[in-house]
Design a protein around this ligand. Structure first.
Ligand code: ATP
Ligand code: MG
Length: 229
């Protein structure tokens, strides 16, 4: 099976929860799925996993891989790796080789990998090295998560244009309906497809209470997961 890099049109568009639902759906279907969050940044959790995202993803995929394998680099401030690394309180140096080695290790123990990006597609990792470069070095196809807020078309088009510029293969776009006062999802789907030329794989609705199994159920009943094989 193919592995995918999941990027978003911005931070907070729902990448983690979308991957969590997808990973659980594949696990329910008997697939030996693995997850990875190469770089995580944010508040250090007091117990368990350092990164909340890594905790959600590991639980969703039902994996017991060590945190330092799944998330080789953690920055304890909410910032891009490039910005975090310049902060004197952060003692982590970006190590892309480590990310690539860990991805290889995880790929050898799982049949299928879902890798979460950080922020959007142009989040800087090093000077002149962005998420786009990481996707290319990992040699992965990409799925873009977008939201429904007015303004999302601008972000979605920019993300798709940059993906094309870096010759990244975009498998499709998932609309996450986190903004109930935003675009009508059917109108948004048509406009995204018309303007970008990429297909919308489906929509994940707004949930008052987020539950991995409920999102997984959306993927198993409303999406055609076979096309991701
Ligand atoms: N379908 C949804 N319904 C309701 N709330 C959602 C939905 N998807 C995500 N959220 C909420 O939106 C917020 C952002 O989601 P998430 O953490 O998955 O974003 P992200 O793109 O992974 O962010 P980051 O760039 O920090 O990794 C979270 O607070 C989450 O609870
Ligand atoms: Mg996340």
């Amino acid at each position: 099976m193919k592995s995918y890099f999941i990027t978003g049109t911005d931070t907070d568009v729902g990448k983690t929860w979308i991957i969590a639902g997808l990973a659980r759906a594949f696990r329910n279907m008997g697939v030996n799925i693995g997850i990875m969050k190469p770089f995580a940044a944010g508040t250090l959790q007091k117990t368990g996993f350092k990164s909340k995202d890594v905790e959600i993803l590991s639980r969703a995929a039902k994996v017991n891989d060590p945190e330092n394998l799944v998330n080789p680099q953690f920055f304890p401030i909410p910032a891009s790796p490039y910005t975090a690394m310049k902060n004197s309180e952060v003692h982590v140096k970006v190590n892309v080789d480590l990310i690539l080695q860990n991805f290889k290790k995880l790929s050898s123990i799982h049949d299928f990998m879902l890798v979460e990006g950080m922020g959007g597609i142009m989040t800087p990792i090093l000077k002149n090295y962005y998420v786009t470069n990481l996707i290319n070095d990992l040699n992965l196809e990409t799925i873009i998560v977008t939201r429904t807020r007015i303004g999302t078309l601008n972000h979605t088009i920019m993300t798709c244009k940059m993906a094309k510029k870096y010759s990244i293969h975009v498998r499709g776009i998932i609309i996450n309906q986190i903004d109930l006062d935003g675009y009508d999802v059917n109108v948004l789907k048509d406009d995204i497809e018309d303007v970008t030329g990429f297909s919308v794989l489906g929509t994940v609705p707004f949930f008052k209470t987020l539950d991995i199994d409920q999102i997984a159920n959306i993927f198993q009943t409303k999406f055609n997961l076979k096309i991701l094989n």
